[in-house]
Design a protein around this ligand. Sequence first.
Ligand code: HEC
Ligand code: HEC
Ligand code: HEC
Ligand code: HEC
Length: 284
Amino acid sequence: MQGSKIALMLVAVVAIGIFALPSTMSVFSGQHTWYDISGGDVPCVKCHADKYEELSMTEVHSSFARGDASGACYVCHRADLDISYANAGDGRATPGGNSHAASTIACMACHEYEAHVRDNNQGPFAGGFEQPYGSPFTYTGEVSIDSGSPQKGSVGPPQKGSVGTPQEENIISDGDHAVHNAYVQSAVDSDLMVDSNEACIACHTAIPMEIDWSRAYAMRSQSVVDSLGDWTVEQLGAIGTSSVTTYSDGYGDDASTTKPYVDYDMTQSVPSRGGGGVDWLQPP
Ligand code: HEC
Ligand code: HEC
Ligand code: HEC
Ligand code: HEC
């Protein structure tokens, strides 16, 4: 009885030795080779190779590549002038303040009116939207464009006024005709991403999109003619809703829409039933 207990304890001690001891030894190779961060960088691509692959697919932002796989990541994810990042590049070690390696960034940090970001990496002003409420970035401003030079990518003979006569033209960029102001505003209001990134990314990148659309189903107007044949036409508005869901994989290969779902109450509008309470015009 006593002997078998001791034997059992011995087995337990040996078992602990086998399983516990190796954990006190180094298990991963390479863990004592540090990256030289005084000029070289921590390779973001080691863990985010998918982002690097995506970025390599177009020319946009290709000017950020600095010859190493992480250069482009650094330019955007360490661009914010209001954030202090950990830094060893200039020979001394500076600890990060609000961020160590990287932070998220608003597209508009670089594409706002008179953008001001690290290392002069601001991009062209993405003007033509109204100023959304609650955004710290400037969406509107007065821009001076060179209307004389041929547009990038234009084909055929130069347009009138484009040869040798560079003309400066000042335009007010206030987006008062933009059809996507509500889209940008909702992106600013959303916590999904920084500022209006949802809208910029939705349009400018190959991210798949699904949208539920709900629009008015029918137009409603009234036309009354007087005895001389002069018509008075009143636009009374819209009735019912028609809803569809659209989806695309981001490359347009698989763009589809559902059949419209119509929500429309006939009794609201059939005139013989009283016109749904609308103020009918009285013949003049
Ligand atoms: C050792 C692997 C590793 C390296 C190296 C690394 N990351 Fe990350 N990164 C992660 C992980 C894991 C997450 C998600 C978890 C988290 O947020 O901590 C992440 C999250 C992120 C996010 C998303 C933050 C968000 O709010 O959605 C960004 C942006 C990012 N990393 C950028 C970078 C950049 C730029 C570099 C290079 C300076 C880098 N990472 C280096 C592992 C890494
Ligand atoms: C670090 C600053 C920076 C950030 C952040 C940034 N951009 Fe840019 N962007 C630039 C610069 C600089 C250029 C021009 C040089 C280039 O394309 O390499 C540019 C070019 C572009 C162009 C091409 C313009 C043209 O004339 O062809 C588009 C589109 C664009 N950016 C959209 C975006 C979107 C969308 C985001 C957010 C997801 C974003 N950018 C974030 C700096 C930035
Ligand atoms: C043109 C600027 C730009 C460049 C260059 C760029 N990013 Fe980003 N990245 C963004 C923006 C903008 C977001 C969205 C941030 C947000 O959540 O609002 C983002 C989001 C991310 C995320 C989180 C989203 C996700 O899907 O997990 C990771 C991780 C990331 N970037 C890593 C990288 C790495 C790694 C590189 C370099 C290969 C890189 N980024 C280069 C602008 C950039
Ligand atoms: C509704 C889709 C849509 C949205 C939302 C959108 N863009 Fe654009 N963007 C376009 C189109 C279309 C062009 C012109 C492309 C062309 O020249 O054919 C453009 C052009 C640009 C250009 C180059 C011309 C310029 O203005 O300097 C930049 C930079 C740019 N967008 C950045 C952004 C940023 C940043 C956001 C987020 C605030 C954004 N875009 C939101 C569709 C969109």
